[in-house]
Design a protein around this ligand. Structure first.
Ligand SMILES: *Cc1c(COP(=O)(O)O)cnc(C)c1O
Length: 380
């Protein structure tokens, strides 16, 4: 069974793919939008039209399913398309719990959508189980949305514990696992009912594809509804992007572990720096989520680090301006290191402190990254 092999092997070989027709070791790109019916009026391959389904997706979907130890996966046109599909399966009046600090664009969309769709939504600190428990309304709460580690403070939520509480109240749990990736954490093994990824980030890893994905532990009724949302709303990925995504995923294990090693070394170095007030990274033993992260994650603590600059917002922006190797850009999970002053991009109402710089650590030589940060901080 393919699933028994190590993630690095599964990924590098795209589950051992060999094309039946040509023996090619890389899957073909199917550009066709439509497929011929057989003379008996059936579709013998199951392919009909490429809005509901494109065979180019399958190698990447199957690999993601194997890495997450799920039953099925679906690619979407973006992480937002994948995430919003989940909420569109809810009904007016349903109650939802979501994290207070989470991926900002999704939080904004969710607030607007909840109003229009008349969902009752509570944003709570999901890291605090007592808050989740207090917010759950048995029978009424249909979904608990988690993000772990969560943007951009990297707080870690106890996924198994939330699943127990939510399931006892009759609610499902979906986890935005974009930052952890299946290399470091597998929410389905912890009881989650759905995993979501912005495949734009670590899964693709090269800052050149926008894509999203959902992974299910069961091919159940909810999965059928989600399949219908993708097909009917048409938030589908192009076949070229699906092919690029698979190419990126082949090095997922290598990249995530390298970025995590770099991020830990950078966190340790920056923790001592006199210009830095705080380093937010669950890999540091002093981090409040360290014990939980060690238990829930393996192989590293992600490549995402945030630093708080003592001089406040202006000093944080000035630091970013002085960096040479780190590029000042949004997004995360690419092979190149990025820096971003989150409060500037999130704008009014953001819960993110204005002295915070988010670092997406890439796979460059860590000495170069530390030197770059030191020279930028020295210029303050
Ligand atoms: C980027 C991101 C998203 C949204 O994904 P897109 O591919 O940009 O649509 C959702 N969640 C997290 C944690 C992200 O980093």
């Amino acid at each position: 069974m393919a699933n028994e092999k190590q993630p690095a092997t599964l990924a590098a070989q795209a589950l051992g793919f060999i094309d039946d027709t040509t023996q090619a070791v890389v899957p073909p790109i199917y550009t066709a939008t439509t497929y011929q019916r057989a003379a008996d009026n059936s579709f013998p391959t199951g392919n009909v039209y490429s809005r509901p389904n494109n065979p180019t997706y399958h190698p990447a979907e199957d690999l993601l399913t194997a890495l997450e130890k799920g039953a099925d996966s679906m690619l979407f046109a973006s992480g937002m398309a994948a995430a919003t599909a989940v909420f569109q399966t809810l009904k007016t009046g349903d109650h939802v719990i979501a994290p207070k600090v989470m991926y900002w664009s999704l939080r904004n969309w969710l607030k607007q959508f909840a109003e229009r769709w008349q969902l009752a939504i509570d944003f709570v600190e999901t890291e605090d189980l007592a808050q989740v428990e207090a917010a759950l309304q048995p029978g009424k709460t249909k979904l608990v949305w988690l993000e772990s580690p969560a943007n951009p403070m990297w707080s870690v939520t106890d996924i198994a514990a939330v699943c127990q509480l939510a399931h006892a109240a009759g609610a499902k749990v979906a986890v935005d696992s974009t930052v952890a990736t299946p290399i470091l954490c597998r929410p389905l093994e912890l009881g989650a009912d759905l995993v979501m990824h912005s495949a734009t980030k670590y899964l693709n890893g090269h800052s050149d594809v926008i894509a999203g994905a959902l992974v299910t532990p069961r091919k159940d009724e909810w999965w059928e509804q989600l399949t219908a949302v993708r097909s009917q709303q048409g938030g589908v990925l192009g076949p070229f992007e699906a092919s690029l995504l698979l190419r990126g995923m082949r090095t997922l294990d290598l990249r995530v572990k390298a970025a995590s090693r770099n991020a830990l070394a950078i966190s340790e170095a920056m923790q001592q720096h006199p210009a830095i007030a705080e380093v937010l990274y669950p890999g540091l033993p002093t981090n409040p989520y360290h014990a939980l992260a060690k238990q829930q994650m393996e192989g590293g603590f992600t490549g995402m680090v945030s630093i708080r600059i003592k001089g406040g917002a202006q000093a944080a922006i000035a630091t970013a301006a002085q960096l040479n190797i780190f590029k000042r850009a949004t997004s995360l999970g690419g092979v190149e290191s990025l820096v971003e002053h989150r409060a500037s991009i999130e704008g009014e109402g953001t819960p993110v402190p204005d002295d915070l710089l988010r670092l997406s650590i890439g796979i460059e030589a860590v000495e170069d990254l530390i030197d770059d940060l030191n020279q930028a901080l020295a210029s303050l």
